[in-house]
Structure formats: structure tokens, C-alpha cells
Design a protein around this ligand. Structure first.
Ligand SMILES: [Zn+2]
Length: 167
């Protein structure tokens, strides 16, 4: 039997089990994320995509408003924006994230969109090899980014200045 995840809305087995403390999900969704992470840790071929997997999952499971969730969702949405929309390499995106730690109070709670898009961690879990997996994570992150589109102007305001990124 499948149940809908309270976070991403995807269908997952109705199991008992742990979930994350503030990234609210169904236990089945959290277990699927755990399997995907295990796969990514098992082979260096997944290294370049790993951060984006975490970003997509976090941005699809925002939880309830709190200082912690505001910070988490803010960081992960900013990183998806830098990687997908601005085309930064993962290293440069991390540098940019360090820059905005100086101004992290700028983040605010964004009321989550009604839908988080058609792709979930369940689709990434189905991937049969490294290339399919990486392709699916990119499609997933792009779809999550789209789902938050009403807030893109707000998120753009959270990015570090472009001249700071070039340093
Ligand atoms: Zn979920």
C-alpha cells in the first residue's frame, strides 16, 4: 500500500519508521531518501551531484515555520538557484553560500507552493546507473525550483552580489 508524503506529495510504501526532525515527510519517503544517499556515498561517481540531491529533498520538505526551517529552506533554494539558474560549479556555489552566512538573517519563511512538481526522490531511486541517477537529480531539482517560481524574485534578492561571486 502506498501513501502520499506530507512533504513532496509523492507516493511511498506505508511503512513505520523514522523521519527527519524538521524536514517533514512520510517514513516511506525518508527511507527512500536514505537509500538514495547510501547509493551516492557508495561510489565517487555520484560526488558531484550529492549536494543537489540534498538541496532538492530539503526544498521539497520545508516543514513548519521555525528559525531552523527558514534557514534550511533559504540555503537550499539559494543553492539550487546558483547551480541550475546561474550555472555555478558546486565549489563556487559553496563559496557563495559561505558569503551569505554573513547575512543569513535576510531569509524569511516562504509559504510552500500547493504542489512540489511531478518528480520526487522515488524517481531518483528508480535510476539504473550513475548517469541516469545524475540526470534524474538534475530534473528533480529543476522541477522543485519551478514549483517555487512565485518566490524566485525573493530568492534572487538573497543571492550574494555577482561581483562578490567572481572573486
Ligand atoms: Zn516526501
Amino acid at each position: 500500500m502506498l501513501v502520499s508524503c506530507v512533504g513532496c506529495g509523492g507516493s511511498f510504501p506505508d511503512i513505520e519508521g523514522p523521519t527527519h526532525r524538521y524536514m517533514e515527510s512520510s517514513p516511506g519517503c525518508w527511507a527512500a531518501f536514505g537509500e538514495v544517499l547510501e547509493r551516492e556515498y557508495s561510489d565517487p561517481g555520484y560526488f558531484e551531484i550529492h549536494r543537489l540531491t540534498v538541496d532538492a529533498y530539503a526544498a521539497q520538505h520545508p516543514g513548519q515555520p521555525s528559525p531552523q526551517t527558514i534557514k534550511s529552506v533559504g540555503y537550499h533554494l539559494v543553492r539550487i538557484c546558483l547551480l541550475l539558474e546561474k550555472g555555478l560549479t558546486p565549489d563556487r556555489a559553496n563559496d557563495a553560500i559561505l558569503l551569505i552566512t554573513k547575512t543569513k538573517d535576510q531569509f524569511a519563511w516562504l509559504t510552500p507552493p500547493a504542489s512540489f512538481g511531478p518528480i520526487t526522490v522515488a524517481d531518483v531511486r528508480e535510476a539504473g546507473n550513475v548517469e541516469q541517477h545524475k540526470k534524474m537529480v538534475r530534473a528533480w531539482a529543476a522541477s522543485v525550483w519551478d514549483a517555487w517560481s512565485q518566490y524566485h524574485p525573493v530568492i534572487h534578492g538573497w543571492l550574494p552580489k555577482i561581483d562578490e561571486l567572481r572573486r
